[in-house]
Design a protein around this ligand. Structure first.
Ligand SMILES: [Zn+2]
Length: 496
């Protein structure tokens, strides 16, 4: 028995034996009590909506752990001059929630390829593979042909839905790739990255699979980065560097020459000039590799749209096509670089990208109706970000822990202050070892690396469950602790 518990026992007995009970009067004037009463009434109004959805929009915040959501909510609130803890990101207003268990079939802590495959094909699979089941060992081209699993977008195109994919990563990166590709290795984004044996066995790189997508009329809206994987190695990229294709093919040109009317854009100005047009398919590739982090977007050489702007356009464009066909649409939106910032141990960029992701969800909430659109927001996996210590309310989320009672810095056992945010591992361990005295103004800068425990060049994912938020037809099915691949089954049940 610990000391605290032993001390408290006499008090408990005193309470239960000797004294008359106080009259029970709920604190009805307390603002927290009142806010919870209002919330209770709202919760009672949330009734399950059964039946089919006309449209489905699946938002994936890559690496957006629950701790990342909490920190980003505080960060956004504080940027608006509030304490932040009671702020809500846009998707925190969605009525239905569940937990998603993210492990891969062979990995306790998963990667984005295996998790995206779970959400987009309905089966869990191995770490590192895309659009194939767990029979396929990573890198085994021959096995991948037998282990293919149909994707949500393939089924949607065959059923006549309009389809779209929007991301801030290369469009060939693991999460977006899982909508259209089948690959024994997520790194086979371009032919020059593939082993000769895989090419000889007839495996095709992920960029080519996007352009040669054989179902329906192909994906209707494709917005992201990764131009270099579509251009030959001797062709200069309009912003930076050259293409990476070894086969000499210009896949952007090939896509433009495909069936139907097709429009390609690669910079912010061209993007801003796009108008929703039911008769056109749109490909936008805004960077040779990933798009910029939101915190750096203004410095992009040729300019690039925000995730919210891309989401808004994609919805309007898909809606235009849907009105023409009478069939709805399916859209995947990925905030893909929340993950990259955390891998770098850089909370500032992870949080600004999470806020940008929330802004994209807000666009979708504004532009769609809960009556006919199933809107889902989740993450593929977490990161090791922790929010720790006992900092006072309203303390800068990127700052040092301060005592809630006297506002003074709290010192660790080594006599030095410590940060509220830290990572379990990553580059922050080497940077802050041995522990120096942290200066808060530096910590609020966008390039600051949070302290970490285990030194690794790249901070890792974490294996905790992630959250799912939803509204619309069938959204109520998102409740309880779900295995991640159930997301696909709820979506498919809502559409087909
Ligand atoms: Zn990652």
């Amino acid at each position: 028995m610990n000391r605290l518990l032993r001390l408290s026992l006499p008090l408990i007995f005193a309470g239960t034996l000797g004294h008359a009970a106080e009259p029970v009067q709920p604190p009805v004037k307390n603002p927290w009590y009142q806010a919870a009463q209002a919330r209770l009434q709202q919760l009672k109004g949330d009734t399950p909506m059964r039946g089919k959805a006309r449209n489905v929009i699946l938002f994936i915040g890559d690496g957006m752990s629950v701790s990342t959501i909490t920190a980003a909510r505080i960060f956004q609130g504080q940027q608006q001059g509030k304490p932040g803890e009671n702020n809500r990101l846009a998707f925190e207003n969605l009525p239905w929630t569940a937990l998603s268990r993210t492990f891969n079939t062979n990995a306790q802590v998963p990667d984005s390829a295996g998790t995206a495959t779970a959400m987009l094909t309905g089966v869990k699979t191995r770490i590192g593979v895309i659009g194939v089941d767990e029979s396929v060992t990573r890198g085994d081209c021959a096995a991948s042909k037998k282990g293919r699993v149909p994707t949500l977008m393939e089924r949607a195109e065959l059923a006549g839905f309009a389809t779209g994919v929007v991301t801030t990563t290369r469009i060939t990166h693991a999460t977006p790739a899982a909508t259209y590709a089948h690959s024994a290795d997520r790194n086979w984004e371009v032919d020059s990255e593939m082993p000769a044996q895989a090419r000889e066995q007839g495996c095709v790189d992920i960029a080519r699979q996007l352009v040669e997508f054989p179902y329906g009329d192909g994906l209707d809206v494709i917005l992201g980065g990764g131009r270099r994987n579509f251009l030959p190695s001797d062709t200069p990229d309009p912003e930076k560097g050259k293409g990476r294709r070894a086969d000499g093919r210009n896949l952007i040109l090939e896509w433009q020459q495909g069936q139907g009317r097709r429009q390609y854009v690669w910079n912010e100005k061209q993007f801003a000039a796009l108008k929703p047009d039911a008769s056109v398919q749109v490909l936008g590739l805004f960077n040779p590799s990933h798009l910029q982090f939101e915190a750096d977007r203004a410095q992009d050489p040729a300019g690039e749209p925000s995730l919210a702007e891309m989401t808004a356009f994609a919805i309007e464009q898909l809606e235009a096509r849907s009105r023409k066909t009478g069939k709805g649409y399916v859209l995947l939106v990925e905030g893909g670089r929340i993950d990259h910032a955390s891998h770098a141990g850089n909370a500032y960029r992870a949080l600004t990208d999470t806020v940008a992701f929330s802004d994209a969800v807000a666009e979708a909430m504004k532009r769609t109706s809960a009556e006919d659109t199933l809107l889902i927001v989740t993450a593929d996996h977490g990161h090791t970000l922790t929010i720790s210590g006992y900092p006072k309310r309203g303390n800068p989320i990127l700052g040092l822990v301060r005592n809630p009672e006297n506002n003074e810095l709290v010192m660790a056992a080594d006599g030095k202050p410590y940060a509220t945010l830290s990572y379990a591992n990553g580059p922050g361990a080497a940077i802050h070892n041995p522990r120096q005295t942290l200066h808060e103004p530096d910590m609020l800068e966008k390039d600051f690396h949070q302290p970490a425990h285990v030194p690794l060049r790249s901070e890792t994912h974490d294996g905790s469950d992630v959250a799912i938020y939803a509204r619309g037809p069938n959204a109520w099915l998102f409740h309880g602790a779900l295995n991640q691949q159930v997301i696909y089954h709820i979506v498919a049940d809502s559409l087909f």
